[in-house]
Ligand binder design. Structure first.
Ligand code: F6P
Length: 533
């Protein structure tokens, strides 16, 4: 069943938002807003399962939120969400349902494919426990790329405090031999388990690295492929053809970038064990219920998705920076780049019509204070505005209380500095640092001033646990769904990666032959340089 819901720009709320933007929305000053309303923090903060969000340092007021919520209703967000959760084939360009939420529903829930999901989950977790108990296996190498890499690669270090100390996890994704070579160098074939992770089991990079791993294994005297290789895939037949007999499957309704909850999560389960993997799923499920049941005005993924639309389409901000103040979340920005930009980096609507407005922002970032000593200069004083998303964790899993206090103070200071700024007069009133003799104090003060009024969101977790991490990741998934639904795009296909793959297949034999016939002059010139002796 497909019900037609209007695209965001065809709604009355969109027109109302444009009027609001022109009238005063674009001029909102955070410092004035806080001075006017002592209740602003409470009014614009939300407690979702495991995640507290302070949205008060965003460029919104009650009217902005009112119109954005109207927009969500007019675009049929709730009906679209319910259609996804019911398992309708909302990924229409691939003719598939979108049911990553079914992967974390508890056993016995009335969700689609519940018995199948729990059958594979139990088998995968039993195997993970078997590997954890096997003292002869010390190294696990996950070979996969994109969604078959980024989720486990992000989650395993995030849950380091919960990890089995006798197992080293390695991740090989790039078809560049500089990725797998140093990993293999340190390994003993008899103590290594390779997991070939690929939804399709056809991805060039993964198949090439898996072949290298198998060749290395045999050359090193390894014999028992069945014991030392496992696969996680929807293409069990192709895995068997490769020689892998231990295979955990999943389904076409699990998108690659939404797949860490499926068998693709095997490296996570080996690292942290079955109970912690189940806690990760339970945390995600708690966020699923919040997304499904909380009123829109109090629904965190919805509010974040609406902010994305407000910033991208009204303020015209082109990117969002994610700043996790937890080293374990170092790969979260990379994970979010696939989740958000592969999902919402689209330029036509569901009917194939070109969109007259922008969609996915660029998502980027680095862990907390490292970013401060690199690109935060641009965030504070650059010409463009980049909304920043701070992620802080109240209780660390280490014992260095002093380090943690400094980390949290840095996190709070950055969002404060972005908002408050510093006028040239304030800078001039400070004791001037040494500058060139011919630079006037007023000029120096302008260099040292900050515009302020730069927006940020702060997300707080009580602790980084399997449960809270599951909730945090699911929050991001539903946020992407929200903005994608309003933009009227298909957030669940990825046709944009196909052209490069096809051209790569055509160029590969030419690299060997040096044949440049019919190529554009640039590609021909580069290929000739790479081919020449
Ligand atoms: O790069 C495109 C893509 O299809 C991603 O969507 C996916 O996560 C990745 O390749 C890997 O695909 P597979 O799991 O089939 O190897």
């Amino acid at each position: 069943m497909t019900t037609h819901h209007p695209r965001c720009d065809a709604t009355a709320a969109w027109a109302a938002l444009q009027g609001h933007w022109q009238a005063h929305g674009r001029e909102l000053d955070l410092r004035e807003a806080f001075a006017r309303d002592p209740g602003r923090f409470n009014a614009f903060s939300v407690q979702a399962p495991e995640v507290f969000a302070d949205l008060s340092k965003n460029l919104i007021d009650t009217a902005t939120l009112h119109f954005l919520l109207d927009l969500a209703r007019e675009c049929g967000l709730e009906a679209r969400r319910d259609a996804m959760l019911r398992g309708e084939p909302i990924n229409r360009t691939e003719g598939r349902a979108v049911l990553h939420t079914a992967l974390r529903a508890p056993a016995g829930a009335a969700t689609p494919f519940n018995a199948e999901v729990h059958g594979v989950l139990a088998a995968m977790l039993a195997y993970a426990e078997q590997v954890r108990a096997d003292e002869h296996i010390t190294d696990i190498v996950n070979i996969g790329i994109g969604g078959s890499d980024l989720g486990p690669q992000m989650v395993v270090p995030a849950l380091d405090a919960f990890a089995h100390r006798g197992k080293r996890l390695h991740f090989v994704s790039n078809v560049d031999g500089h990725d797998i070579t140093p990993v293999l160098r340190g390994l003993d074939p008899e103590r290594t388990l390779f997991i070939v992770a690929s939804k399709t089991f056809t991805t060039q990079e993964t198949m090439a690295n898996a072949a290298v791993a198998r060749e290395w294994f045999l050359q090193q005297g390894g014999t028992d492929i069945a014991r030392h290789f496992a696969a996680t895939t929807t293409n069990v037949a192709a895995a068997a053809q490769f020689g892998i007999t231990t295979t955990f499957g999943f389904w076409d309704w699990v998108g690659g970038r939404y797949s860490l909850w499926s068998a693709i999560g095997l490296p996570i389960a080996i690292a942290v064990g079955a109970d912690n993997f189940r806690a990760l799923l339970a945390g995600a499920h708690a966020m699923d219920r919040h997304f499904a049941e909380a009123p829109l005005a109090n629904n965190l993924p919805v509010l974040l998705g609406l902010l994305d639309v407000w910033y991208r389409n009204f303020h015209g901000f082109t990117s969002r920076s994610v700043a996790p103040y937890h080293q374990g979340l170092a790969r979260l920005p990379a994970y979010l780049q696939q989740l958000e930009m592969e999902s919402n980096g689209k330029r036509v609507d569901m009917q194939g019509q070109p969109l007259p407005y922008a969609t996915s922002p660029v998502v980027w970032g680095e862990p907390g204070t490292n970013g401060q000593h690199a690109y935060f200069q641009m965030l504070h004083q650059g010409t463009g505005v980049v909304p920043v998303e701070f992620i802080a964790v109240k209780t660390p899993s280490h014992t260095h209380a002093d380090l943690h206090a400094k980390l949290l103070a840095n996190c709070l200071a950055q969002s404060q500095a972005l908002m408050l700024g510093k006028t040239a007069a304030e800078a001039a009133a400070e004791k001037a640092p040494t500058a060139a003799a011919d630079i006037a104090p007023a000029v120096l003060a302008r260099h040292r001033s900050f515009p302020g009024n730069r927006p940020s969101t702060t997300l707080l977790l009580a602790a980084l646990t399997p449960h809270s991490l599951g909730a945090l990741i699911a929050m991001y998934e539903h946020r992407v769904f929200t903005s994608g639904a309003l933009w009227g795009i298909n957030s669940f296909d990825q046709w944009g990666v196909e052209l490069g793959k096809a051209l790569c297949s055509q160029l590969l034999p030419r690299l060997a032959s040096g044949d440049t016939t019919g190529l554009d002059a640039s590609t021909a010139g580069l290929l000739a340089k790479l081919h020449s002796a």
